[in-house]
Design a protein. Structure first.
Length: 202
């Protein structure tokens, strides 16, 4: 019997890694599609497996933390895509305009995934109430405040400003989610979260 060569072993490993990435991506995409079309409490592991065309054990292999871990990755992906959506404008901006452009992109991503966003807001509250995960945007905003501080004087540290912006943004999100404001008003208010934070800490 012919012994496997190192090259064959490497190829099998490469194919395995590629398959792992494909399945992982299918799980995330399936979850996004499901959360965009129904309330989060209706989204189950078996339903995700069916939508992703994979087995339930495969999902637990990729996400040992089950729904909590899947929802966290989905939320992080949408948030990251949104914050980086206006990257060209962010790179050319200065001062608080850096934060405004970044938050505007996030706002557009949230609105375009309306049902998913409402689901994540609901799930975030549920998770926090049960001692679990709650999305935190502050760590993504802190480096942007550091950049802004190079162009203008800020009243507090980048961390304090990022945390305050995250709190204000979350409040606006909840108000929009409860239909307290319409999409147009939300798109005006949310990108100004950083400006509001600066005023609040001045």
């Amino acid at each position: 019997m012919k012994e496997p060569t190192d090259k064959n072993v490497d190829l099998r490993k490469q194919r395995g890694e590629e398959r792992h990435l494909v399945v992982h991506e299918s799980i995330v995409e399936a979850t996004i599609e499901l959360l965009d079309s129904r309330i989060f409490t209706d989204v189950t592991i078996p339903l995700i497996a069916e939508q992703a065309d994979c087995s339930v054990p495969s999902i637990y292999n990729h996400f040992p933390g089950a729904l909590r871990e899947i929802f966290e990755e989905v939320s992080t992906r949408i948030r990251t895509e949104g914050l980086q959506a206006n990257q060209d404008k962010i790179d050319q901006a200065s001062g608080l305009q850096i934060l405004e452009e970044s938050l505007r992109g996030l706002c557009e991503a949230i609105v375009s995934h309306r049902n998913l966003s409402h689901a994540m807001l609901s799930y975030g509250n549920y998770a926090a109430a049960t001692g679990g995960w709650m999305p935190d945007t502050a760590k993504y905003l802190e480096p942007l405040f550091e950049r802004a501080g190079e162009d203008e004087e800020l009243p507090a540290s980048p961390r304090e400003l990022a945390q305050m912006t995250s709190v204000i943004g979350r409040g606006i999100n909840h108000y929009w989610g409860l239909l307290g404001i319409n999409d147009e008003e939300y798109k005006k208010q949310f990108p100004r979260s950083a400006e509001m934070a600066v005023k609040a800490l001045s």
